[in-house]
Each structure stands twice: as structure tokens, then as C-alpha cells.
Design a protein around this ligand. Structure first.
Ligand code: ACO
Length: 431
């Protein structure tokens, strides 16, 4: 806490109140309004949390004006170039990069928690064949709580670690099971000799009838996408996990709540929405029409994959994915993908348009990720599931951090009530 104070003046009687200022290591300070209601009887109002820090955190830092993203202080560009998803996972969870033995031991631990209980597999039979995989993912992750409730003491650090390993290791297995259910193929068991992303590809694409060759380019591309999606501070899904977790609920249930929040098209569902939008636009000739629709206040159409609550500059993750997109498509022999051409043209036109320039609407991480997922053979309705696998790391890291914070309390926002004031009940004959 700094010595600086913010002063708030009451316009009725000119009385003033001094509010302490909290400073982080970098980034904006925050006015501590915790005592405002108790001492002065007023709330603060900030729908959408535009100016509100809901907690303090040492995990991820974003500077939206400069387009900076740091995981535990390390620029995401450096991690994308030099690290791996499991190393980044370790970093986000533990706060430091692992030594070689630490990484080996951690990788082994994750590899040996990939299986799900055989009865959990049968849950999928209850879903219709075309159930959306995000609904299957959130339901099945939630039902993990039924398997691990009595053995998960959230106040025991050993149990907390066990939960972290289980969820991170089992997310690809559950995601692949949802995919196989959708396409009517048999469930494929995980292989613990494979790295995280190769194992995921194996569970998605192999069939019992013939051998499956894992493409290292595909595994590498997935690994990079997962690094970029691993955490993003207090976004809607992470805040949901924190809020649900703050009541002391079972952590698998809290993660399931995060998956539900991620699904929406304003958040992680945007990668699916981008591909649907590109398919709808169909050709470069139609772009102007859609740009005009996006600008029309009376039309609900928005350019999916554009804009971000925090980034008012190019999303650093989008920059990395954009560069990688060409490389991956070329390596996979899909460089002439018409969707990529359409996406590049749309981006070019939108970035020159006054509306998008003035509102600082740049392409976000989801604009390009779908094109890569599509090139890897992953169906559109699985894109947000892929995002959820990666983001489960951030959710767990934030849940762990929250539980270790001595200042943790149940999250309980207040409201400005606008309904009817007190009135007396009227019998139905008098209404
Ligand atoms: N297309 C057209 N106009 C847009 C877009 C867009 N994609 N995004 C924002 N705007 C306009 C809004 O209409 C608004 O205009 P106004 O000031 O004239 O009313 C202005 O820009 C500000 O937009 P808000 O919705 O107030 O910004 P907010 O921070 O609440 O929303 C969001 C951010 C949800 C990401 C928004 O930009 C959007 O809907 N984008 C498309 C969906 C998307 O790509 N989501 C993924 C986000 S990244 C992620 O979650 C990983």
C-alpha cells in the first residue's frame, strides 16, 4: 500500500473521505474502496468491471495500450519462441521456470494422470450424437467432482496440487471423448509415452482399425497455440472460476463454471464464430458489405475476432499467431487456403477503416487461431474446447493463488437497486 490517498468529496455536505491507493509492481494503481460502504454508506458502480481490480495477482500482466502480455514476468513472445506448453504450465502454477529435473518430474506427473475413470466415459452415452462439445466438456468436467469430492480438501496444498495435475492431464482426454462421441467413433485411450499435444492428436484422430502417424508440425502448432491461450489475467472465465471457487465449492465444479463462461461468442466462443463469419462472408467481394453491417448501430452483426476489452493495440498473441499461420499452413501443404486469404483481406480492409481505427479495434487472438485449428483438421465446434484445454492452466493457477491468499473472502458484489420500493401485498381479488 502506498502513502498516496484519493479524496472523494460528497457533493451534499462537501465532507470528504480519503481512500488508500494500492500499487502493484507495474501497471495502474487501484483505489482501495473496501471500507467505503461501511464508513460512508455508498457503493461504487462499474458494470463490466471496466475500472475495477477484483483481486491482486502475481500471475499475468497485460498492458493493453502497449500490447504487452507477461506470464510471471516473461514476455509471451519469448515463451512462444523458446518454451513448451508444459513448461509454461509449470511456470504459471509455480511462479518460476522449472529446472530440468523439475520439468521432467512435472511432465511425468501430468502424463500419468491422463486416464479418466471408465464409468465417466459412459456419461457420454447420455448425450445426443450432435451435442455441442462445450456442453459435454462442462458437464463431464463438473461430474469429475462426483469422483473426487471426498478426496479433495481445498485447504490441503497436497490435494490442491493433485486437483491441478488431474484437471490439466484429463482435459484433452475428455475433449477427445466429446469429439469421438460427435463423430460416432470409439473412444481412444491416452498414450503416456507421448508429449501433451501429440497425445491429444492421437486421441482425436487415431482409430483402432489402423495405425495413426502423428504429424510433429501439428503437435508443435498446437503447443504454441496452447502457450498463447494458457492465461489472460481476470477475463470472464477466470473471474468466474475465482468467484465460484471463492464459495469453497468443489474445484472441478468451479472449472466447469469457467468452461461455461468461456463458451460465449464475446469470449472464447469467438474462434468458432470467426470461422462461421468467414464462411458467411464467403468471398473477398462481399467484405465491404459486412464491414458496413459491423458499423451499423441498428445491425447486431459484429466482426468476430476484432476488438478486445483490454487491448487497444494489436493483441500480442494475434501477432504471433498471424506470423505462425502462414508457416503452419505451408508446412501442412495448405498455404492456398481461401479462408486465410479472406481473413487477411478482411483484416487489411478493417484496419484502414475509420470506424475500426478510431475505436482501436484490432484483430484479437481468436481471429487467426481458428484458421490453424481448421488446417489441423479440428472441426469448428471444437475450437473453443481447444481454448478451454489451454486455459484450464490459467484457471487452476488463479484458483490456487486465490486459496493461498490470506485476504480471500467469498466474492459478493453489490448492486444499485432500481426496482419497486416497499409496497404491501394485495390479494388477487384487488389487483
Ligand atoms: N465489430 C464492430 N464493432 C465493434 C466490435 C466488433 N468486433 N467490437 C467492438 N465494437 C464497437 C462497439 O459497437 C462499441 O461501439 P460504440 O462505442 O459506438 O458503442 C465499441 O466498439 C466498444 O465496444 P464494446 O462492446 O463496448 O467493448 P467491450 O470491451 O465491452 O467488448 C469485445 C469487447 C466483447 C471483445 C468486443 O470487441 C466484441 O464483441 N468483439 C467480437 C467478439 C470477439 O472477438 N471476442 C473475443 C475476445 S478475445 C477473447 O476472449 C479471447
Amino acid at each position: 500500500m502506498s502513502d498516496k490517498r484519493f479524496v472523494l468529496t460528497n457533493p451534499d455536505d462537501q465532507s470528504s473521505v480519503e481512500l488508500p491507493l494500492i500499487s502493484g509492481s507495474v501497471g495502474p494503481s487501484a483505489v482501495d474502496i473496501g471500507a467505503l460502504y461501511k464508513k460512508h454508506g455508498i457503493f461504487t458502480y462499474d458494470p463490466g468491471f471496466v475500472s475495477t481490480a477484483s483481486c491482486s495477482s502475481a500471475i499475468t500482466y497485460i498492458d493493453g495500450e502497449q500490447g504487452i502480455l507477461l506470464y510471471r514476468g516473461y514476455p509471451v513472445e519469448q515463451l512462444a519462441e523458446k518454451s513448451s506448453f508444459l513448461e509454461v504450465t509449470y511456470l504459471l502454477l509455480k511462479g518460476e521456470l522449472p529446472t530440468k529435473p523439475e520439468l521432467e518430474s512435472f511432465t511425468h506427473t501430468i502424463q500419468y494422470h491422463t486416464m479418466i475413470k471408465e464409468t465417466l466415459k459412459y456419461f457420454f452415452r447420455g448425450f445426443h450424437h450432435d451435442a455441442h462439445p462445450m456442453s459435454m466438456l462442462s458437464s463431464v468436467v463438473s461430474s469429475l467432482s462426483a469422483f473426487y469430492h471426498d478426496t479433495t480438501d481445498i485447504y490441503d496444498p497436497v490435494d490442491r496440487d493433485m486437483f491441478a495435475w488431474r484437471i490439466i492431464a484429463k482435459m484433452p482426454t475428455i475433449a477427445a471423448a466429446a469429439y469421438k462421441h460427435n463423430i460416432g467413433q470409439p473412444f481412444i485411450y491416452p498414450r503416456n509415452d507421448l508429449d501433451y499435444c501429440s497425445n491429444l492428436l492421437h486421441m482425436f484422430f487415431s482409430v483402432p482399425a489402423e495405425p495413426y502417424q502423428i504429424d510433429p508440425v501439428a503437435a508443435e502448432a498446437l503447443d504454441l497455440l496452447f502457450i498463447l491461450h494458457a492465461d489472460h489475467e481476470q477475463n470472464a472465465s477466470t473471474s468466474t472460476v475465482r468467484l465460484a471457487g471463492s464459495s469453497g465449492t468443489n474445484p472441478y465444479a468451479a472449472i466447469a463454471a469457467g468452461i461455461s463462461a468461456l463458451w460465449g461468442p464475446a469470449h472464447g466462443g469467438a474462434n468458432e464464430a470467426v470461422l462461421e463469419m468467414l464462411a458467411e462472408i464467403g468471398s473477398v467481394k462481399e467484405i465491404d458489405k459486412y464491414i458496413a453491417r459491423a458499423k451499423d448501430k441498428n445491425d447486431s452483426f459484429r466482426l468476430m475476432g476484432f476488438g478486445h476489452r483490454v487491448y487497444k493495440n494489436y493483441d500480442p498473441r494475434a501477432k504471433i499467431i498471424r506470423q505462425m499461420c502462414h508457416k503452419v499452413l505451408e508446412k501442412l501443404g495448405k498455404q492456398d487456403d481461401p479462408l486465410l486469404e479472406l481473413a487477411l483481406r478482411l483484416e487489411e480492409i478493417a484496419l484502414k477503416d475509420d470506424y475500426f481505427v478510431e475505436k482501436k479495434l484490432y484483430p484479437n487472438v481468436d481471429f487467426y487461431s481458428g484458421i490453424i485449428y481448421k488446417a489441423l483438421g479440428i472441426p469448428t465446434n471444437m475450437f473453443t474446447v481447444m481454448f478451454a484445454i489451454a486455459r484450464s492452466v490459467g484457471w487452476v493457477a488463479h484458483w490456487q493463488e486465490m486459496l493461498s491468499d490470506p485476504a480471500m473472502r467469498i466474492g459478493r458484489p453489490r448492486q444499485v437497486y432500481t426496482g419497486a420500493p416497499h409496497r404491501d401485498y394485495q390479494p388477487i381479488s384487488k389487483r
